[in-house]
Design a protein around this ligand. Structure first.
Ligand SMILES: NC(=O)c1ccc[n+]([C@@H]2O[C@H](COP(=O)([O-])OP(=O)(O)OC[C@H]3O[C@@H](n4cnc5c(N)ncnc54)[C@H](O)[C@@H]3O)[C@@H](O)[C@H]2O)c1
Length: 345
């Protein structure tokens, strides 16, 4: 099968450090061009990652290179504006998160892609991280039972006020957090719980931009979840715990170690000890960021779905719904009430 002819818009930090390094390993992708307003960045990434052309103007690139798909990695306003331009040109779209600076903008992308008959994916990469895919396989097995609850812990650098004049859309620190960081753990909990029906939440703001949100969620299917969002640490840590109703639990620590517990004995001497017999998967030291965190595997999934004529995930619709849930969390913090999440539309 022919590889997908991919063009890239944006050659800044995220694209260069996390996304493009995986591309040379993905046989489903043929990298045709890189575009950045800054000519030297476009030329550098085209040279270093094997694209045949470099551009500084998106319209020219779309016209000259006729890609099948375009990856857009810039400020959220660029995701929206260039995303609409890419869709209008009939190309499939991969955009980094957040899909847009506003809920309305994210919805616009969903509707535009549907009208044009192209697919879109948003860069909430954790769904595609190897440890999360392994946990998902455990959770989907018959002997795990129904997923009853999911807890997602997410600790990040304090998100400061973003600058609207640089395409970031809002000076509001809470909404900035939901756009820049909160969308990731929200996407992960939606991945395992399905559509969210209502949320209850508390938040605390501390020194500087430090803040935490503690959120209880109920899914439309009546399952429950907990988001422990800590925007108060000089680093990035994550945790996930999924509970099944056949007395099984799977956890993932820091997108690394996966532990599966079901209280069964593996050797005779365990019987009656009341100990915890645990299956553990740990990443090999050669496992790279593009597999472990999902930055590259998400792009492989995107290209593979286009080849197969399938819809990728997380879709543009997921990107939109992650922002809807983020807003409901902030509304719950503000009101002190349980807040109904607007239904899927
Ligand atoms: N998924 C993740 O874990 C993750 C991590 C970090 C950043 N991000 C996202 O990646 C995005 C980019 O972040 P960054 O740190 O790389 O930003 P950046 O400012 O370093 O890079 C953005 C680049 O886009 C270029 N650009 C802007 N408008 C353009 C246009 N119209 N045409 C061509 N090029 C244009 C700029 O010149 C710049 O080089 C952000 O939306 C951020 O939320 C995601």
């Amino acid at each position: 099968m022919d590889p997908i002819r991919l063009a890239v818009v944006g050659a800044g930090a995220q694209c260069t450090e996390s996304l493009m390094p995986g591309i040379p390993y993905i046989e489903e992708i043929d990298l045709v061009a890189v575009c950045d307003l800054q000519e030297e960045l476009a030329a550098r990434n085209a040279r270093n990652f094997g694209a045949r052309a470099a551009h500084t103007d998106v319209a020219t690139m779309l016209r000259d290179e006729t890609p099948d798909a375009v990856m857009v990695v810039g400020p959220p306003q660029v995701h929206l504006d260039v995303g609409l331009q890419v869709i209008e040109a009939g190309c499939h779209l991969f955009i980094e998160k957040p899909a847009a600076p506003t809920i309305e903008g994210a919805r616009q992308l969903v509707d535009a892609a549907a009208a044009k008959g192209v697919v879109g994916q948003v860069g909430h990469m954790m769904r595609h991280a190897d440890p999360i895919r392994i946990a998902a396989d455990f959770a989907a097995a018959d002997d795990f039972g129904e997923v009853l609850s999911v807890e997602s812990r997410y600790t990040t650098w304090p998100t400061r006020q973003l600058s609207p004049d640089k395409g970031w859309g809002t000076p509001d620190e809470d909404w900035s957090y939901m756009m820049v960081q909160g969308g990731h753990p929200i996407d992960l909990i939606r991945h395992f719980l399905g559509p969210i029906a209502r949320v209850a939440a508390f938040r605390a703001h501390g020194a500087g931009s430090a803040k935490v949100y503690q959120v209880s969620l109920e899914s439309v299917a009546g399952k429950v979840g907990f988001l422990n969002l800590q925007d108060s640490y000089n680093g990035w840590t994550t945790g996930l715990e999924i509970v099944g109703d056949k007395m099984a639990i799977v956890t993932v620590d820091d997108l690394g170690r996966v532990s599966f517990r079901r209280g069964e004995c593996h050797v005779e001497a365990e019987r009656g000890t009341k100990g915890n017999s645990t299956y553990v998967w740990e990443p090999h030291h050669t496992l790279t960021k593009w597999q472990r965190s999902g930055y590259g595997t998400q792009l492989q999934h995107f290209a593979g779905c286009i080849q197969a004529g399938e819809s990728p995930m997380p879709s543009l619709y997921d990107g939109y719904r992650n922002l809807v849930v983020g807003q409901a969390i902030l509304d719950a913090c503000e009101s002190g009430q349980v807040v109904a999440v607007p239904a899927d539309d």
